[in-house]
Design a protein around this ligand. Sequence first.
Ligand code: NAD
Length: 281
Amino acid sequence: MEIIDGKALSQKVKDEVKAEVEKLTAKGLPAPMLACIIVEGNSASEIYVANKQKACKACGIESVVIKLKNDVSQEELLKQIDKLNKDKKVSGILLQLPLPKQLNEDEAINRIDRHKDVDCLTRENLGAMFSSHHDIVPCTASGILRMLKDNNIEIVGKRAVVIGRSLLVGRSVATLLMEENATVTICHRHTKNLDKVTKEADILVVAIGNPKYITKKYIKKGAVVIDVGINRTENGICGDVDFENVKKLCRYITPVPGGVGPMTVSCLMENTLILHKTHNI
Ligand code: NAD
């Protein structure tokens, strides 16, 4: 069994981004800038945004955070997005989710200029991804693929099972695995006999948001298990996979924390750089 070190790989990705940014600035070109919009009141979101700002600093990417009050109106939120869309210095816009109930998430996401949509969540960018015409893909999905490739894990012809069908994670990673010629099954809340399906997986990606849900009975011996879950429990942060229970069965497994999470942040840096180079300079 090997543990995939997401922290070390994410540092490598950040180093690559930093080197590229330095090349640009050495030529007198502007550095990329990431703008994060956050609506106050969600402590997890505050931590995520702080981590993203830290990563920007480490990569030489400029960052700005727009903090909105918890009772902000939809109109005000859209106004802020429009302002960032027009701002030539801004290469990427990230709307930290989830939003409070009074706000229309779908409308806000789709207001972001697709050339600044670093999370790749607008309908236009998702459409581009699903039709294999993408500049960028959602950060978590791209981080997972990078983890597989960096460890020389074969994907072609393998059975991949993804549990979770959110646009941001499940469906995106399933699409990329299919593009890499895996045979992919997507499971969700209504899947019957989940363990029978997952027991066939050479590569199992779990993104459900349920602490330690996946135990031995779901794992095929020798599988590669990618745990996307981030669950805050009384005993700290844990994934959707019961790591201690399943690890001996796996060929590779990602830990939580220190697995997919840091890769997501580094791939966000990469996406910001790609959008900057492709559309903003
Ligand atoms: P979501 O709530 O949008 O989707 C969860 C999906 O899991 C749904 O499709 C649902 O049908 C499925 N599901 C839930 N319970 C299930 C069950 N018992 N059996 C089968 N399917 C089930 O969540 P999301 O945004 O995709 O996030 C999933 C998890 O990944 C969360 O813990 C989230 O915090 C985490 N996450 C981590 C990162 C990262 O960088 N590591 C990024 C995004 C999300």
